[in-house]
Ligand binder design. Structure first.
Ligand code: SF4
Ligand code: SF4
Ligand code: SF4
Ligand code: FES
Length: 585
């Protein structure tokens, strides 16, 4: 092996120019050198599948798919030849020959990788004949599958595997090949945890978030309703991408203004709900730790519960961990409860006239909002959930360009979240935020050592640390995505590791990489969104939930104290073991 290859850097020739690269696969070396190579199946987050055959290039005189061809010293590559152009057109036409081509009416029209590439490569298909007809699966409250639009790229299989569920795979053969759950079951009859990661990577409209815009428009058009939008922490750092802003651009005030223009009567910040989640979860952690010291039997480590896809994952695959899950509701559910109780009373608006719409990075929150356990006064606390993508569509439908919108504030009654509430959108953020307050609750005084817990930040799969919290040594761990959660839980269950507190977020990067975030999404983009959230935190005048004035006010006027009877009744929930389907049933 030449020295360069041993060091990981090789020289190749691209269209007559020398290029040095350390990339493993040729496609990424070509992109690094500035070439735009068509691709529909490969994605930087996953190992290559080489299914679409669009990324072909000439390597030493042979036509090869660049996404799975490993770079070798001295390779001579041509990216555009007559043969390459014809091969790409031929492959694209074969894909289109089995596609409905109803782009004008398609949910992803103008936001579809397949459509964009087809326009560049070919205007029509020479191949006609039978088309595969499978139809739609609209059984899930989180995602919709339209397998007639599937181009069999394989990305959703990898995404679902990374979500720890491994539900989707190729079934049947040849012309009838399709991506399906086991035995062709409807998604609602499977172990799907509603994370929406499959929809985030689908290059066509074969898997999309469930479209709940019609429900939201009917609330807005109902004159009897006072419709409140609440905005999740990570959304402010990502929605700008839908309007051409760079990933990580902070658009909090512009988003609030746009939502008012769309027709919402008030716009609130879910990060304040996160402040209450932090207060309740920290109190719960402190209580469990004290009870253990008193010799009581107590379920530790405590696991976070603000990610509904992780909660579903635990209910489905690790029901023995249900006692270990924090019973605290997720931030948007808590915010909805406060809006329909405290806010309703203060503003003199009957709670049954209030509709709460959550603007989330998440498809799992759509399913969570329908849980019977989360109803208050007999109805769902959250009336509808929109992903970032649906929200951006509504803003565009209203003829507004978020880029040029003037900034507005959130509603004045429940606003001004702490920095801790805002970092909920990042992997490790929930852990850091809760420990800031647990330290205060255990020691009775804020402690600077708990302000920035750098060991639990970042995109590593599993992060472990030991902190002195209120004078007690606590071992904590963060699993970044469900695939890592599986590894961590197996280590805990085998006795190899022991922790006091564990954060699990189903999506890689936490909510910043959520299934309802703008497309495209990859590690780099998620990293920029996360950076923005930590910037908001470091600039925040109040960085700990227990120091937040609105939090103190609502506890003193309404909820009494963290863990009080009222707080338990309104801000806590329970979980149930689930088993939808088993091969032995
Ligand atoms: S929503 Fe998540 S769990 Fe369900 S099929 Fe898609 S990736 Fe798999
Ligand atoms: S459903 Fe989408 S992501 Fe999955 S194989 Fe089909 S086109 Fe690819
Ligand atoms: S990590 Fe965030 S976006 Fe992903 S499923 Fe959980 S709550 Fe939703
Ligand atoms: S991107 Fe290489 S085969 Fe699809």
């Amino acid at each position: 092996m030449p020295d360069e290859e041993k060091s990981g850097i090789v020289q190749i020739e691209i269209n007559g120019r020398k290029h040095e690269t350390a990339q493993k696969y040729l496609l990424y070396a070509l992109e690094e050198a500035g070439y735009v190579i068509p691709k529909l199946c490969s994605h930087p987050d996953f190992e290559p599948f080489a299914n679409c055959r669009l990324c072909v290039v000439d390597v030493n005189g042979e036509i090869k798919t660049s996404c799975n061809t490993e770079v070798r010293q001295g390779m001579v590559v041509k990216t555009e030849t007559e043969n390459i152009t014809e091969a790409r057109r031929h492959n694209m036409e074969l894909i289109l020959s089995n596609h409905p081509l109803d782009c004008d009416y398609c949910y992803r029209n103008m936001r579809c990788e397949l459509q964009a590439l087809a326009e560049k490569i070919t205007k029509a298909t020479r191949y006609a004949g039978a088309e595969r007809k499978i139809g739609k699966d609209e059984s899930s409250s989180a995602i919709t599958r339209d397998m007639d639009k599937c181009i069999l790229c394989g990305r959703c299989i990898a995404a679902c595997e990374r979500a720890g569920v491994c539900l989707l795979d190729y079934t049947k053969r040849g012309f009838n090949t399709a991506i399906m759950p086991p035995l062709g079951l409807k998604i609602s009859d499977t172990s799907c945890i509603s994370c929406g990661q499959c929809s985030l990577f689908c290059p066509a409209a074969a898997i999309t978030e469930r479209d709940d815009r019609a429900d939201v428009y009917s609330f807005i058009n109902d004159k009897e309703k006072f419709v409140i939008a609440q905005v999740a922490p990570s959304v402010r750092a990502s929605i700008g991408e839908e309007f051409g802003l760079a990933p990580g651009s902070i658009a909090t005030g512009r988003l609030a203004a746009c939502l008012k223009e769309v027709g919402f009567d008030a716009v609130c910040d879910t990060s304040v709900g996160a402040d209450f989640t932090i207060m309740e979860e920290a109190a719960e952690l402190v209580r469990r730790i004290k009870e253990r010291e008193e010799g009581k039997e107590v379920a530790l480590p405590m696991f976070t519960s603000c990610c509904p896809a992780w909660v579903s994952f635990a209910e489905e695959f690790y029901p023995e961990l249900i006692p270990n899950l924090s019973t605290t509701k997720s931030p948007h559910e808590i915010m909805a409860v406060l809006l329909k109780t405290y806010y309703s009373e203060k503003k003199g608006i009957p709670s049954d006239s209030i509709a709460v719409i959550s603007i989330m990075p998440c498809t799992a929150k759509k399913a969570e909002a329908k849980r019977v356990e989360l109803k208050i006064m007999g109805t769902p606390a959250v009336d509808a959930v929109l992903t970032v993508r649906e929200t951006a569509r509504m803003i565009r439908e209203a003829g507004i360009d978020l880029k040029r919108a003037k900034e507005e504030n959130f509603d004045d009654l429940i606003r001004d979240a702490s920095g801790a509430g805002q970092i909920f959108g990042a992997t490790g953020g929930v852990m850091e935020a809760v420990l800031r307050t647990a330290d205060f609750m255990l020691s009775g005084a804020g402690s600077s050592c708990c302000l920035e817990l750098r060991e639990v930040r970042g995109m590593s799969g599993i992060k472990e640390a030991e902190y002195s919290i209120g004078g007690k040594k606590l071992r904590v761990a963060v699993a970044n995505g469900n695939a890592n959660a599986k590894i961590l839980i197996d280590r805990i269950k085998s006795g190899e590791e022991s922790f006091d507190f564990v954060e699990i977020m189903a999506c890689p990067g936490g909510c910043s990489g959520g299934g309802g975030q703008p497309i495209p999404s990859n590690r780099k983009i998620i990293g920029e969104r996360i950076k923005a959230l930590y910037l908001i935190d470091s600039d925040a005048p109040v960085r700990m939930s227990h120091e937040n004035l609105i939090v103190k006010q609502i506890y003193s006027e309404f909820l009494e104290s963290p863990g009080s009877g009222t707080a338990e009744k309104l801000l806590h929930t329970y979980y149930v073991k689930k088993k939808k389907f088993s091969i032995t049933d």
